[in-house]
Write a new protein. Structure first.
Length: 300
């Protein structure tokens, strides 16, 4: 384990990771920075971090065994790399938790951020802020670590990738290696599209039922229609409570893949729509059965 870890971004994820390190490796010196001072103060008061980090200076001391983890939204990571390249000069290793990898990896290279290896812990919450941190969040979850084909011919680079994987494994995560391109392609379907659909489903449903109550000019009617909302809707739209800022970044930074996944989703929706419009019970049942079978076969 690193003697010192610096966490940039002390929101839900940053505080959860800091807390997991504190719990597993209590001797590790953890420093943290957040643009919101109350997040720093909270983490200090709860002993989640040892001290605050100053981003105007070099983050790690020369020769120190020091890891920097970027726990801010993808566009903010890119901006931080551009504005504070010297902050990373002495870091033994730099990683991130961003949900989009190509843009971040490219920007790290463009700004000569050496020793950077991209990561994506596949976990999170619709909750925000360090006060909601979950120190067991990482336990048993998947973490994708970026390894490009060119890295295989670079011993130093391979060592940094291995070191990154070992860090996440030490927090009981199951590590998967992927290229940045493959990561962004697949997560557009497995993560980004589900969030997009949750936002759309929430908007479509709530706009309709509350609009209906409004049209009847009856606040009691709004409450009555809200009573029709069951667990199916709540479960399907829980992630629509996630940070709009974060998901705006993700949708735009992985735009081409997200649009492609959305187009495929719309095509599937139109197939179902056609079966329903024509009353084709046999085809509808067969199509739904195929989907159900595929999900079971995937072991989800």
């Amino acid at each position: 384990m690193f003697k010192e870890i610096i966490i940039i971004g002390l929101g839900f994820m940053g505080a959860s990771i800091a807390g997991a390190v504190r719990k597993k490796f209590p001797e590790t010196n953890i420093r943290g920075y957040d643009a919101v001072k109350k997040n720093i103060d909270f983490c200090l008061s709860k002993n989640i971090i040892n001290s605050a980090a100053n981003i105007e200076n070099t983050g790690c001391g020369k020769g120190e065994d020091c890891l920097i983890i970027m726990c801010i939204p993808p566009a903010a990571i890119v901006s931080f790399f551009e504005k504070h390249p010297d902050f990373f000069l002495n870091a033994s290793l730099i990683t991130d938790i961003g949900s989009v990898k190509k843009g971040i990896t490219y920007n790290a290279e463009a700004n000569n951020i050496r020793n950077f290896v991209g990561s994506h812990p596949m976990c999170g919450s619709d909750k925000t802020g360090p006060e909601n941190a979950d120190f067991s969040l990482l336990n048993g979850k998947k973490c994708i670590v970026i390894k490009e084909k060119a890295d295989l011919n670079d011993e130093s680079r391979t060592a940094k990738i291995r070191q990154t994987a070992e860090f996440w494994k030490s927090l009981n995560m199951d590590v998967i290696f992927s290229t940045a391109e493959t990561h962004d392609d697949i997560t557009a379907y497995t993560s980004h599209l589900p969030h997009l659909i949750a936002f759309l489903l929430s908007d479509t449903t709530l706009s309709y039922i509350f609009g209906k109550g409004k049209n009847e000019n009856n606040d009691e009617g709004k409450a009555e229609f809200a009573g029709f909302i069951g667990n199916g809707f709540k479960d399907s739209t829980r992630i629509a409570s996630s940070s709009p800022e974060l998901w705006t970044d993700i949708f735009l930074m992985n735009g081409a893949n997200v649009v492609s996944s959305l187009e495929n989703f719309i095509a599937s929706a139109n197939i179902l729509k056609g079966f329903i419009e024509t009353g084709d019970k046999e085809s509808l049942n067969s199509y739904l059965g195929k989907i159900c079978g595929e999900r079971k076969e995937a072991g989800i």
